[in-house]
Design a protein around this ligand. Structure first.
Ligand SMILES: Cc1cc2nc3c(=O)[nH]c(=O)nc-3n(C[C@H](O)[C@H](O)[C@H](O)COP(=O)(O)OP(=O)(O)OC[C@H]3O[C@@H](n4cnc5c(N)ncnc54)[C@H](O)[C@@H]3O)c2cc1C
Length: 319
């Protein structure tokens, strides 16, 4: 006896051998949005979320229409309240340790459980690795941000800095001028600024500091400025940076095709990964990272997954 698509116990669904049509790894904006769409499509869905969330350091979430400024925990709470209206959607706090099997018959393991599913959706986000600069980890999410659309407005017109690791990131420093006149680019002495880009930085009034960064001077979670090797001090109140990111272990262990940035490659139409039956949405698939973008890609993955899974279930006589 299992729950049917409307959450009722019936004999008709007892022939189903799979407890879940779909298991979603991750309960951030991507996973929750995927679950909502699939729940509304009457699929049996399990969301397993192991925490912590990527934006754990952030006090408010911005740039998500209707939710601008919401505390991230409230964002998740509202999503869970809305998902609770769908008895065919279950959410669990746990961590998936491994995924094996093939399309139609996946096995997922937590420390204490084995879960079967016809399809898997990876929504595990990315893990940010703090830059090896004293003060960086403590200020991350408070005075150091990845995205000016998310946290720029609150510190607009203040002195800002941008830490770049390579020349490909330099145009970001020019874009920051949208929020403040006072932008300093820190290269940390890691690379030469290409001759063709320097005039663009100068035209935008971006100051350049090429010396190695010694440490960030701070009081608690407030940034005072950047100390450079040699004793120079640059006052800065907000710092932008794109630290390296890595996948969570369970994703890293899968033999998935990745793009040149290391993100999981998905078919642009279906959002299926290179492993048939495994879909992906949210930050782990792109450097263009934001909550509303992750939620949108989750809805996209759900729609395409449901399109092909419904045909399979119908052919098996399970609808
Ligand atoms: C400091 C900071 C502030 C930010 N502020 C904003 C903002 O204001 N506005 C905005 O739009 N964006 C913001 N972002 C970006 C935004 O947080 C991400 O783009 C968004 O959270 C991505 O959603 P996601 O669902 O892909 O991943 P996540 O939100 O990272 O969710 C992934 C979930 O998967 C879980 N998970 C991981 N591995 C497993 C596993 N093995 N088993 C089960 N669960 C697992 C994690 O615990 C996590 O809960 C911010 C990011 C940071 C770092």
């Amino acid at each position: 006896m299992t729950n049917d698509r409307d959450g009722q116990h019936t004999e008709r669904t007892a022939k189903r051998t799979m407890p879940h049509d779909i298991v979603i790894l991750g309960g951030g904006p991507a996973g929750l949005s995927t679950a909502l769409a699939l729940g509304r499509a009457r699929k049996s869905v399990l969301v397993v979320d192991g925490g912590p969330r990527r934006n754990a350091a952030a006090v408010h979430l911005h740039n998500f229409v209707t939710r601008d400024g919401i505390p991230p925990d409230d964002f998740r709470r509202i999503a869970h309240e809305q998902l609770a209206a769908y008895p065919n959607v279950e959410t669990r706090v746990d961590r998936i340790a491994s995924i094996s099997g093939t399309r139609g018959a996946f096995t997922l393991r937590t420390a204490s459980e084995v879960i079967d599913a016809r399809r898997v959706v990876l929504c595990t986000g990315m893990i940010d690795e703090p830059l090896p600069i004293e003060g960086f980890a403590e200020l991350w999410g408070h005075a150091i941000f990845q995205c000016p659309y998310c946290h720029g407005w609150e510190v607009k017109e203040r002195p800002w800095g941008f830490v770049a690791h390579d020349a490909a990131m330099l145009h970001f420093a020019v874009m920051l001028r949208s929020w403040t006149r006072d932008v300093t680019l820190f290269t940390g002495g890691a690379f030469e600024i290409p001759a063709e880009i320097r005039p663009q930085l100068e035209a935008a009034g971006v100051r350049i500091e090429a010396g190695p960064i010694l440490r960030l001077r701070r009081r608690g979670q407030t940034l005072a400025g950047v100390e450079l090797d040699g004793g120079r001090f640059v006052p800065v109140e907000a710092l932008f940076a794109h630290p390296p990111q890595r996948h969570v272990d369970v994703v890293a262990a899968l033999d998935l095709a990745r793009d040149e940035g290391g993100y999981v490659r998905v078919d642009p139409m279906s959002r299926e990964t290179s492993i048939p039956g495994v879909y992906a949405a949210g930050d782990l698939t792109t450097r263009a990272q934001g909550a509303v973008l992750a939620a949108a890609s989750g809805a996209h993955a759900a729609g395409m997954l449901n399109y092909e899974l419904t045909a399979e279930l119908a052919a098996l006589g399970l609808l």
